[in-house]
Design a protein around this ligand. Structure first.
Ligand code: MN
Length: 258
């Protein structure tokens, strides 16, 4: 099995390093990741400029590749031939923050898994619910849990095009209660528009405010994480609202074509 490891935090991220180390026991690992942080960049496809890839080393000296492209570009380039062998699995992470509910539309981590699904390759996003402001966060526990979960996923031979969003609580391994298969919950964003004045007297704006919270409902990603479980949400790419389709077909549509 050939595994592509990527992320949205950049190739030097300790979360990517921990993940790559663990996944070497499941297959051949190639690391191709962005050369800088793309967090909260959404799904980016770079068409307006060339992309460069350079050889770099991870902190243990093992070889990796870094690109000036986005997380999804890493996946696209890998499956389109940068990796000559077939890529069987794309794993993105470990992101140093949870990716839950509506976060998935912003998350660079998840876009790498989405891109894999677009190419018919199994894609898995792994995020860790790190408390804010930890000086030296531990990614090794989350990486070990991710490896165990992912080896079970692959043993079940998941359908091509399936993508999984895995979130891991930041707890000592013995305090993790198990695995829950979840649906997306509801985030509560507390963003505030902060207006300031630049030295030339012109206004500029920051999207600021407190970090988001969420409704810890049973059965959801937010609920599982809050209760100390590893959350796995299976996702697909169809965004069609089928109920609305049925209703809207009944409307009396009119166009003035004169
Ligand atoms: Mn990130």
């Amino acid at each position: 099995m050939h595994i592509l490891i990527t992320n949205d935090d950049g190739v030097t991220s300790p979360g990517l390093f921990a993940l790559a180390q663990e996944m070497r026991s499941l297959g051949k690992v190639t690391v191709l990741a962005p050369d800088h942080n793309w967090s909260t960049s959404g799904h980016v496809k770079t068409l307006s400029r060339p992309l460069r890839i350079k050889e770099v080393r991870l902190s243990d000296g093992s070889p990796a590749f870094a690109t000036d492209g986005a997380p999804a570009d890493c996946v696209a380039m890998a499956v389109m031939g940068f990796i000559e062998e077939k890529v069987d699995l794309v794993i993105s992470g470990i992101n140093p923050d949870a990716n839950l509910a509506q976060d998935l539309t912003y998350s660079g981590t998840v876009t790498a898994a989405i891109e894999a699904a677009i190419w018919g390759v199994a894609g898995i996003a792994v995020s860790l619910d790190l408390p804010v402001g930890l000086a030296k966060p531990d990614f090794d526990t989350a990486a070990r849990l991710a490896r165990q979960v992912i080896s079970q996923v692959m043993a079940h031979n998941p359908l091509p095009g399936l993508l999984l969003n895995i979130n891991i609580p930041y707890l000592p391994a013995e305090q993790i209660k198990g695995v829950k298969i979840t649906r997306q919950g509801k985030r509560i964003y507390r963003d505030e528009l902060v207006k300031r004045i630049d030295p030339m007297g012109r206004p500029y704006y920051w999207i600021g405010g407190e970090p988001p919270t969420g409704l810890p409902e049973e059965g959801t990603d937010i609920g599982a994480l809050a209760a100390g479980y590893v959350s796995i949400t299976p996702l697909h790419l169809s965004m069609t609202a089928f109920q609305a389709m049925d209703k809207m077909k009944q409307w009396d549509w009119k166009l003035d074509l004169t």
